[in-house]
Design a protein around this ligand. Structure first.
Ligand SMILES: Cc1cc2ncn([C@H]3O[C@H](COP(=O)(O)O)[C@@H](O)[C@H]3O)c2cc1C
Ligand SMILES: O=C(O)c1cccnc1
Length: 365
């Protein structure tokens, strides 16, 4: 069962330092003051490292929306009923949800995958990869078995491989699953050892009383299940979710295929933490799109050493932040491929010589 997971992880390589070095030199030769394109320069350098090309392309884009339901919703942790998961899936298929609008603007296709919802009558167009119909209530016992968590990871890995096979050059992550900020906070607490109280947020918009109750539910889930922070599959199985495990699989699969991944909010962030605990090299393939209002998100990004590209006070999920960041990433590529160099203008590059001799790898932020 674990063989496939290990085969994918084995393929995840370091970034290509030669390409990064060459890209940094190209960026320094563009007709602008040194460093003046700020983080766009880092994006270009890291894309070179990820793709192994000094002319990377992120033209073909996809947003993967992994969907799952959560038994812990019984505990009153969300402001909305569980049926909203399915209703929103239908909305994604009709292309009328927030993520569809933003993905269309970014020129990205949206793929909707059922990895573990309660829905039996799935709308046409949803990819059918259900591992089980929703998780069990993690406040009473494990959300799922380890086998199920691994099966959900495999769904994500397969998805990333299929997208890479069809020429997708950048993958944005999204999710839908009423209640899923609860397992995301639980996972973040376990992986980072921060107090649950500091990590738990209002999700879809619960009041103070419900927030206090949600915090207690998460503490209870950790107490009851005793997830092992050193075993990310154990954490995913005991206090995670099917769509979260699927997203961790997408990250590992994409990294194995040298495809950059743009994470979204607190749920895709928790998935990224899990993927990076399984294989730390995954981290170099990730871009953080935005900083969510959910308190766990800042903790996740700090832990991963990722800086968000946008600050828009969003707290939606679905892949909305990832969709918004895709054009920013594409801008970095367009700048390096289309701007003139100092040589083009017939003057020597003013970039300092010692840059050539720096071993510090930039573009890793
Ligand atoms: C209409 C609607 C659309 C959404 N799109 C994403 N989410 C977001 O809210 C859920 C997580 O919040 P909580 O843990 O509080 O339930 C997820 O499904 C997430 O993607 C939505 C939630 C609602 C209600
Ligand atoms: O930050 C997020 O991703 C988020 C916040 C609240 C609800 N759903 C998602």
């Amino acid at each position: 069962m674990l063989e496939k997971l290990f085969q994918v992880i084995n393929r995840i390589e370091r970034l290509n330092m030669v390409s990064m070095h060459q890209m940094r030199r190209s960026v320094n030769n563009l007709t602008k003051p040194l460093g003046s394109l700020g983080r766009l320069e880092e994006i270009a350098v890291r894309l070179a490292g990820i793709t192994g090309s000094v002319q990377p392309s992120v033209d073909k884009k996809a947003i993967v929306v992994m969907c799952g339901d959560h038994g812990v919703v019984q505990e009153g942790v969300s402001a909305y009923p569980q049926e909203v998961t399915g209703l929103m899936m239908a909305n994604f298929i009709r292309r009328s949800a927030a993520v569809n609008v933003l993905a269309q603007q970014a020129g990205a296709e949206v793929q909707v995958i059922d990895v573990g919802t309660l829905l039996t009558d799935l709308p046409e167009g949803v990819v059918r990869r259900k591992v089980r119909p929703g998780t069990a209530n993690m406040a009473q016992g494990p959300a799922m078995t380890k086998q199920e968590a691994v099966a959900a990871i495999h769904v994500g890995m397969d998805t990333a491989y299929e997208l890479a096979d069809k020429g997708i050059e950048v993958i944005g992550l999204g999710e839908m699953g009423i209640g899923n900020t609860t397992p995301s906070s639980a996972m973040t607490a376990v992986f980072t050892n921060h107090p649950v109280e500091q990590i738990t947020g209002r999700g879809t918009g619960i009041d103070d009383e419900a927030l206090a109750a949600k915090t207690k539910v998460i503490e209870r889930a950790i107490e009851v299940n005793q997830p092992d922070p050193g075993d990310a599959v154990d954490v995913l199985a005991k206090v995670g979710g099917l769509e979260i495990a699927g997203l961790a699989g997408v990250i590992m699969g994409a990294a194995a295929r040298r495809v950059p991944v743009v994470i979204d909010g607190v749920i895709t962030g928790a998935a990224a933490l899990a993927a990076c605990r399984i294989e730390p090299r995954c981290r170099d393939y990730l871009f953080a799109s935005h900083l969510s209002v959910e308190p766990a998100h800042r903790i996740v990004l700090d832990e991963l050493g990722l800086k968000p590209l946008l600050h828009l006070d969003m707290r939606l999920g679905e892949g909305t932040g990832a969709a918004l960041a895709l054009p920013v990433i594409e801008s970095a590529v367009q700048l390096v491929s289309r701007m003139a160099t100092f040589e083009d203008l017939g003057i020597p590059s003013p970039a300092p010589e010692e840059d050539e001799f720096s071993l510090a790898v930039d573009g890793l932020k």
